[in-house]
Design a protein around this ligand. Structure first.
Ligand code: SF4
Length: 687
């Protein structure tokens, strides 16, 4: 009603951008967003926010929002009713399942979905369709960190909370541009240094703002950070700077020691280019600090050896007794707001919700609860689904909120796969490049138009509330998924996300104590949550392994590079502060777009001299895998030697950086080696 639209409404919400999980009140009048007000009781951020959280919300009123279901009609789309769109989706899915079997369908979850929606998507795949082919976009970023932590300590998530980072004596940041990727954590790290005298060490190929502020900045050659850390681990062992008491809780010391034997200071210096004094200094800083935390990001994980580097980080923490105490621990910084939760709630091809293995006793528990027969066969990861399409094994893809064409590595091949798949359903808020290829587009709503919960990088579960009504005919993902499930013969009757959470709590030990009533307002719970309470700090008394012991996991690292004579330059990619990833949301916020209108390529001083490149020159970048893009040059000492950097944001999809990336993946995690892309450059014109 008119009266309601003129009233100012204050709604608690959780940021929809990065994994810090800042919460705040959003002030709205009808659909107009008046302001974002952080509150002191916000558990992750207090009164802090960054530019995206504060100003990045106008996309909800963007002209580009999808408002009605669309069905492909030749080269175009025509508007359809929900009934028509859902029955078409159900009919095609049924046909394909009958003809090619349940494993010919694949489901891709967005890391922006709520926990409840992620749970329903994997339930649709598993209980209704009968396949474990369900994965989420953490495959593109943080799966290697998860693998490294599973190998060593048992839970693939941050071992403590942001408070532990803040109270750490030494914060080691590896391959992570904290200031721009997780700004609020960046501010807290800087404050810890300023107020408490905490030390900061940065290991990164890129000299970003945090590197400039650090007490120690180590700049290895691309792809050699694991060797730097192995050298440090060996030095710690040689100096007997290990925590013997703590090692009683850890297995595998001898095997680990043997695996790093070859990483002498001489060897590490020669392969990484890092002076030995810096390696020794990092080891000394770790030894001298009472508490050490390690933060890492995609500078580690988006490499072909991403899982190994993540593993050696955890190994160093174990060697030096830096788990299970305040101020210590492992912090793989989660990218999307709900990348943690979407995995936690089961959108993984080899785990049921809460990382329950596909084992007989677990499967039969879910079969009883869901009254369905479940597949025992582990499903496909996203890159395998894309490959499966090209090989003729996957015939239908259901992609929720993920611009796969833009974010997967090797855009041209991904596009080819999505163009050729028999049936493609895309459920999204916007007409993305991926949606443009769909057979059916289902209009979804952003978090401000629905209720649910997210899990931030700390494992913290937080509620968000509805600030405004859905735009047009768009619906929350959970409602759409329920309609599809029921059209396929299920009898789901969830009327509120809290009922979905209650079901999760009944079936998932790590969430057994979670309920919406305990999460009212700014209250939050850090999983594992039982009836007794939550667990902000993991591993205080034991590790999350069957015998309670951690494992020092041996390192297997050898120098390798995909570069050749023609493609001798390494391309690095990343985020900028004003934009989130490819810019699906932030690219539609006028203020942010003005500040950062088009992508650039950062060129090192050495390369700029060799190719006579000046700021603003138009550069052609060609990759070994055959892609090419154009971008303006920015000569910068953020990169050195044979390196260029291109941000993920692109206003024109033809110049998006993933046109360049190849399709090689990290063997242990299936994550593409985005940052191992060999390229060549050519100057096209002067500015
Ligand atoms: Fe949002 Fe991350 Fe910025 Fe916080 S730091 S406001 S969660 S983008």
């Amino acid at each position: 009603s008119k009266a309601r639209e003129t009233r100012i409404k204050r709604t608690k919400t959780v940021c929809t951008y990065c994994g810090v999980g800042c919460s705040f009140e959003v002030w709205t009048k009808g659909r107009k967003i008046l302001k974002i007000e952080p509150r002191p009781e916000s558990p992750a951020n207090g009164v802090l926010t960054c530019v995206k959280g504060k100003f990045g919300w106008d996309f909800v009123n963007s002209e580009d929002r999808l408002r009605v279901p669309l069905i492909r009609d030749g080269d175009k789309f025509r508007e359809a009713t929900w009934e028509e769109a859902i029955s078409l989706v159900a009919r095609k899915m049924k046909e394909i399942k009958e003809k090619y079997g349940p494993d010919s369908l694949g489901f891709v979850a967005s890391d922006k979905m709520s926990n409840e929606e992620a749970y329903l998507l994997q339930k649709l795949a598993r209980a209704v369709v009968g396949t474990n082919n369900v994965d989420n976009s953490s495959r593109y970023c943080q799966s290697p960190a998860t693998v490294g932590l599973w190998r060593t300590v048992g839970i693939g998530a941050d071992s403590g909370t942001i408070k532990d980072i803040e109270s750490s004596d030494l914060i080691v940041i590896v391959g992570h541009n904290t200031t721009e990727s997780h700004p609020v954590v960046g501010s807290k790290v800087k404050r810890a240094k300023k107020i408490r005298g905490a030390k900061i060490a940065v290991v990164d190929v890129r000299k970003h703002e945090m590197a400039e502020r650090a007490d120690l900045f180590i700049r290895p050659k691309p792809g050699t950070d694991a060797a730097v850390l192995a050298g440090v681990a060996k030095y710690l062992i040689d100096m007997d700077w290990v925590d013997h008491k703590f090692l009683e809780r850890v297995k595998g010391f001898n095997e680990f020691k043997k695996s790093v034997e070859g990483f002498t200071l001489d060897y590490v210096e020669s392969v990484t280019g890092v002076p030995r004094e810096q390696l020794v200094r990092l080891a000394e800083m770790i030894h001298e600090a009472k508490s050490v935390s390690f933060l890492w990001g995609m500078g580690v994980t988006q490499h072909l050896g991403g899982a190994d580097t993540s593993t050696i980080i955890s190994d160093i923490l174990l060697l030096t007794g830096n788990y299970g105490r305040p101020g210590t621990g492992a912090f793989p910084m989660r990218g999307h707001n709900n990348v943690q939760g979407v995995s936690d709630f089961g959108c993984l091809p080899n785990y049921l919700p809460g990382y329950q293995k596909l084992e007989e006793n677990v499967i039969s528990k879910f079969e009883d609860a869901w009254r369905a027969k479940l597949s025992r066969r582990p499903g496909l990861q996203i890159p395998e689904m894309i490959e499966g399409v090209l090989e003729g094994k996957i015939h239908a893809l259901f992609i929720v909120g993920e611009d796969t064409v833009m974010v997967d590595c090797g855009t041209p091949l991904t596009k080819k796969a999505l163009e050729s798949v028999n049936f493609l359903v895309v459920q999204d808020v916007f007409m993305t490049e991926t949606a443009k290829l769909a057979d059916v587009i289902l209009p979804a709503v952003p978090s401000l138009e629905k209720e649910g919960t997210f899990v931030n990088t700390e494992r913290r579960i937080q509620r968000f509330y509805k600030a405004m009504e859905p735009l047009g005919d768009a619906k929350p993902d959970w409602e759409i998924i329920q309609m599809i499930a029921n059209a396929l013969g299920a009898d789901w009757s969830y009327s509120h996300p809290s009922q979905i959470m209650d079901e999760v709590a009944r079936l998932t030990p790590v969430f057994s104590g979670v309920s919406y009533s305990k999460l009212e307002g700014f209250n939050s719970l850090v999983w594992p949550v039982t009836e007794e309470g939550d667990t902000p700090l993991l591993y205080v008394n034991s590790f999350a392994t069957p015998d309670g012991k951690a494992t020092l996991y041996p390192l297997s690292w050898r120098p390798s590079s995909l570069r050749d004579q023609t493609h001798a330059i390494t391309l690095n990619t990343g985020r900028v502060l004003e934009h989130f990833h490819g810019g699906t949301m932030t690219g539609r916020v006028e203020g942010l777009r003005r500040k950062f209108p088009e992508p650039f390529v950062e060129v090192s001083k050495e390369l700029s001299e060799r190719y006579s490149i000046k700021d603003g020159d138009l550069i052609l970048v060609k990759s070994k895998s055959g892609g090419e893009i154009k971008a303006r040059a920015l000569v910068s000492d953020s990169v050195t030697g044979e390196e260029v950097f291109i941000p993920l944001f692109a206003s024109d999809p033809r110049n998006a950086v993933n046109n360049l990336t190849g399709t090689e993946v990290d063997k242990a995690s299936g994550t593409p080696g985005y940052k191992d892309t060999p390229v060549m450059i050519e100057k096209l014109s002067q500015s």
